[in-house]
Design a binder for this molecule. Structure first.
Ligand SMILES: Cc1cc2nc3c(=O)[nH]c(=O)nc-3n(C[C@H](O)[C@H](O)[C@H](O)COP(=O)(O)O)c2cc1C
Length: 387
């Protein structure tokens, strides 16, 4: 067993273990992948201020997100098809999150259904919805999330239409994978993955198949999104969705200060500054670079979270120091899930937690709540370079 010390180690194991189609699905961005790359490189552009001889005893990373206290301000982001990265992947990730004391967010596009995840966990999780046309389906989805005692609803607002990822088209991405000569040649090198997958019945989109009308190809993410997603979404519709849920609502996919103000107007409890991990508008700025502007616009009036590009506890610290109250990790936990199932997600969380705690200490801080700009050294034009 290799010694795993960072998230990149998990990614390397993940790549060897999981079919290429699903590795590529996670490890890519839209079009030229500029935004996907800059999400990560912009974190690296921020440096930290080392402080010494500050009492480091009794540190805490505990923090509240939408009213609940967690081990650290890091949630597992909604990620579609986790059950293809590892058999029953959503249940495994939810269990790891629950044990670690961080929120798990179940995607609409999951393999395991809401009911499946609820049955196999004991703490409430967050549920993510896309903004679909079909009112009946949406209302039932909200009701199913309520019945499953989900503690917050994450409404993803940056995917009215889907950004193009070249490799998904070339690989013929589907769940379960369609058997072609190419996919079979690849599957032949991923035997442990295949054996695990043969032992579960959860291989289709669990929240959709059997629940949505007129899904002509239940295996294809592409055709479902093309048919079901609502290109005419507007703020009134978002306000309507908000009114259907009587708990906390988190709007995910805000990347502009004007949209952040509108999120406030429709009564969101929190926003996630996000560009969908670089999977939607290629050429958009990274989330971390947009965060300061959004904090200036709404930071004192709404809880601001951030995702896209977080691969370490240092990255989490940087987002918190720029004002975020919470963060989400997508790929960082998917690597762990694909590499080692539930234990891999736990490993990813342990790595990020340790990095966050140690970095905080070396910055001379004892509590994540006290992190601020004083801990950072930013390039002079970090948030003003692109106007
Ligand atoms: C493979 C994959 C699938 C995703 N599926 C969803 C989804 O179903 N719903 C959603 O709101 N966001 C989805 N996202 C976006 C994530 O929630 C999150 O915004 C993104 O992964 C953050 O970037 P990071 O991966 O660099 O941490 C997905 C991301 C990835 C990588």
């Amino acid at each position: 067993m290799p010694v795993i010390t960072n998230i990149e180690d998990l990614r390397r194991i993940y790549r060897r273990r999981v079919p290429k189609m699903f590795y590529d699905y996670a490890e890519s961005g839209s079009w030229t992948e500029q935004t996907f790359r800059e999400n990560v490189s912009d974190f690296a552009d921020i440096r930290l201020r080392q402080r010494i001889a500050v009492d480091m005893a009794g540190r805490t990373t505990k923090a509240k997100m939408v009213g609940q206290e967690y081990t650290m301000p890091v949630a597992l982001a909604p990620v579609g098809l986790c059950g293809m990265q590892s058999a029953d992947g959503e249940i495994k990730a939810a269990k790891a999150a629950e044990k670690f004391g961080v929120p798990f967010t179940l995607s609409t596009m999951s393999i395991c259904s809401i009911e499946d995840v609820a049955k196999n966990t004991s703490k409430p999780f967050w549920f993510q919805v896309y903004t679909l046309k079909d009112d009946d389906f949406m209302k039932r989805l909200f009701a199913r999330a309520k019945d499953a005692k989900c503690s917050a609803l994450v409404i993803t607002v940056d995917l009215q239409i889907m950004g193009q990822r070249h490799r998904d088209l070339k690989n013929g991405l589907s769940a379960p994978p369609k058997l072609t000569l190419r996919s079979m040649a690849d599957l032949a090198t991923k035997v442990p993955w295949g054996l695990e997958m043969m032992q579960t019945h959860r291989r289709f989109f669990g929240n959709i198949v059997g629940h949505a009308k007129g899904v002509t190809d239940p295996t294809s993410l592409g055709s479902w999104t093309a048919e079901a997603f609502d290109p005419s979404l507007d703020w009134n519709r978002i306000r309507e969705f908000r009114s259907w849920w009587d708990g906390p609502v988190i709007l995910k996919g805000i990347l502009d200060e004007e949209d952040a103000k509108k999120a406030l107007d429709v009564g969101a409890d929190a926003i996630v500054v996000s560009n969908h991990g670089g999977r939607q508008l290629d050429g958009a700025l990274s989330s971390i670079r947009m965060l300061p502007r959004i904090m200036d616009a709404v930071g004192d009036r709404i809880e601001v979270h951030l995702d896209s590009g977080i691969r370490s506890g240092q990255d989490v610290l940087k987002a918190l120091a720029l004002g975020a109250k919470g963060t989400m990790i997508g790929r960082a936990f998917v690597y762990g899930l694909g590499a080692m199932g539930q234990a891999g997600v736990t490993k990813a969380l342990e790595i990020i937690h340790k990095e966050l705690d140690t970095t905080m200490a070396l910055c001379g801080e004892r509590d994540v709540a006290n992190l601020g700009r004083h801990n950072l050294l930013l390039p002079a034009d970090f948030d003003t370079r692109w106007q």
